[in-house]
Design a binder for this molecule. Sequence first.
Ligand code: 0O2
Length: 209
Amino acid sequence: MNWDAFLAPYIQVTEELKVKLKGIRAQYELESKHSPIEFVTARVKPVSSIVDKANRKNIAFAHLEEKMQDIAGVRVVCQFVDDIYTIVQMIQMRSDFEIIEEKDYIASKKPSGYRSYHIIIRYPVATIQGEKQVIAEIQIRTLAMNFWATNEHSLNYKYKGQIPTHIKTRLKRAAEAAFQLDEEMAMIKDEVQEAQRIFNQYKHKRGES
Ligand code: 0O2
């Protein structure tokens, strides 16, 4: 398997999506409006993780392109749960790629306690051999959901997917606490946004941004 050649279009997709999604944030900033996007990250799955996942899910290398949908992954992190659905709507309206599946793990969390909104897309990449359709996953989540998922992901790595029961129980409680934090913040969303707008104007006046 020539991994460099295989991964090249995925690298291209993550770079292009990152630019496009960061562009949305920049436009909100330009208009001094609350941005539904706090930050955007992107990664191409490392080869070792692709191989592990393929073995775990019994995916033949010849079928990786259709069956492993998160080789190219872009993460959009938002302040508020509402922002997630604003981004989802924006993504649904775009015509530069096609949505093939949506998974709302916020409305129905995973058994681990994981919450996020996933959109699987088919993205056309221009290559020197012509256009290539590449599958990518966009994960949209709040800062609180991201905090939880990042910690849980590290623990999963440490325990090779076998997190001890007492830690799993704590993680489930932590997931509920993160969800409550999101709900509480949603109640004072307007206040927080107004405060941030005033603070940004102040920073702007002082030439800090
Ligand atoms: P990595 O290291 O982030 O690449 P499934 O079989 O349902 O668990 P599937 O079919 O691959 O997963 O699709 P899904 O549900 O969209 O999950 C893909 C990615 O979502 C995962 O990739 C994680 O990034 C994230 N994710 C899903 N479930 C969990 C979870 O319980 N905890 C955390 N922390 N992240 C999750 P990878 O390949 O697992 O990992």
